[in-house]
Design a binder for this molecule. Structure first.
Ligand SMILES: Nc1ncnc2c1ncn2[C@@H]1O[C@H](COP(=O)(O)OP(=O)(O)OP(=O)(O)O)[C@@H](O)[C@H]1O
Length: 371
């Protein structure tokens, strides 16, 4: 059982405090992702969990045991880095065997364990090659085998997919997910790629300047972002400045009407709102276009009266339409100048550039958050 407990952690580089006061529990067997933009402190936190950085204060425990003062090699961790970090002049077998030798594993057991680890990542038969004679994706599989062969309590991964091209990234991403589930190892994964985080994680900690902005499952964060930062970072979101002045008229505990230029916009209140401004947040796939005569891309919602029951119609003009195979996207400039993106099934009615349309904002999917 290797849950990771982080308590009151403070990490500094000289006078620069990167993480000021972080407490967090990562459950045994969990795939936990540290997500955030460059410079927010993800790698610093991962390296502190690994023991490469000593925190200024606070503690880290693995399975209830305080490891804060343990050097890296006493923490029983496996690590995978962005740049593979394989020994270039040693064969795949020797690379994978390295950790076993360092730990003094019985020499006779090493070849079997190496072969098993390589088999597990789909690299059986490549043991005699040098890293330069295999592809980038294969190198990262070898790095994974090398991390797991020592049977670590915790697997730490720092942007392991960043150096791979798009197709390979998908493949290796799936291999890592499958393997992690199979082995059931507590995993901390660093990425700045929100799609990767959504696809792979049990839970995500979204970072903003050294603090956790939101912590939750992919579905929770995607469906219920608590701030405009979270909505914008995870998935794509239209973040629209709105006014509360005059209103806000609270239609019910959750529903609220705000002002977007001359128009009233209904949405879900998702935070205490104060002051005169807020943000309305709507995902492109939740918006749809309705022709001024009522026909449109909304399917069941076609017809402006039915549409109005479900949400608010805001007039605008199509400035771009893009057909992307599975979906089509419209960029619409709303009255007042705000630009929104919509994403509809490719077979929905499309609107040419210059078309005057109504954009339907469904009440249930339009979130009003503090600015
Ligand atoms: N060795 C160091 N000495 C001083 N400052 C550092 C050091 N390493 C990182 N920093 C600073 O600490 C902050 C956090 O860096 P960190 O590498 O943890 O960010 P990150 O979220 O992992 O970003 P990236 O995705 O670019 O790696 C940054 O402001 C960075 O400049």
């Amino acid at each position: 059982m290797t849950a990771i407990d982080i308590e009151r952690l403070r990490i500094t580089y000289g006078d620069n405090t990167v993480i000021s006061d972080l407490s967090l529990r990562i459950e045994d067997g969990e795939f936990f992702t540290l997500l955030g933009p460059s410079g927010c402190g993800k790698t610093t936190l991962l390296r502190t969990i690994a023991g490469f950085i000593t925190p200024a204060s606070g503690s880290i425990s693995f399975g209830g045991k305080n490891v804060t003062d343990f050097p890296t090699h006493k923490r029983n961790i496996g690590m995978v880095f962005q740049d593979y970090a394989l020994f270039p002049d040693k064969t795949v077998n020797t690379n994978v065997a390295y950790g076993l030798k360092a730990r003094g594993v019985n020499r006779a057991d090493i070849p079997g364990r190496v072969a098993e680890a390589l088999e597990r990542v789909g690299m059986g038969g490549f043991g005699d090659r040098l890293p330069s004679a295999i592809s980038g994706g294969q190198r990262q599989r070898v790095a994974l085998a090398r991390a797991l062969v020592i049977r670590p309590s915790v697997l730490l991964m720092d942007e392991p997919l960043s150096n791979l091209d798009a197709k390979l990234r998908l493949q290796i991403r799936e291999s890592i997910s499958d393997l992690q589930r199979e082995v059931g190892i507590t995993t901390v994964f660093v990425t700045h790629d929100q799609e990767e985080a959504l696809a792979m994680s049990d839970r995500i900690a979204l970072f903003r300047s050294g603090n956790i902005e939101q912590l939750g499952s992919p579905t929770e964060i995607y469906r219920h972002p608590r701030t405009s930062y979270a909505a914008d970072f995870i998935g794509t979101a239209n973040v629209i400045p709105v006014e509360l002045s005059g209103a806000p008229e609270a239609n019910s505990a959750e529903e609220i009407t705000v002002r977007l230029g001359d128009h009233a916009l209904r949405g879900q209140r998702r935070a205490e709102l104060s002051g005169s401004t807020a943000f309305a947040i709507a995902r492109p796939e939740h918006l749809s276009l309705v022709a001024l005569d009522g026909a449109g891309s909304t399917g069941a919602a076609s017809g402006s009266s039915a549409a109005r029951q479900q949400g608010t119609l805001i007039p605008g003009e199509v400035v771009r339409r893009q057909y992307l195979g599975r979906v089509q996207q419209h960029t619409v400039q709303l009255a007042g100048g705000v630009i929104v993106e919509t994403s509809e099934p490719a077979n929905a009615v499309g609107f040419a550039q210059g078309s005057k349309v109504n954009v339907l904002f469904p009440v249930a999917e339009t979130l009003v958050l503090a600015s």
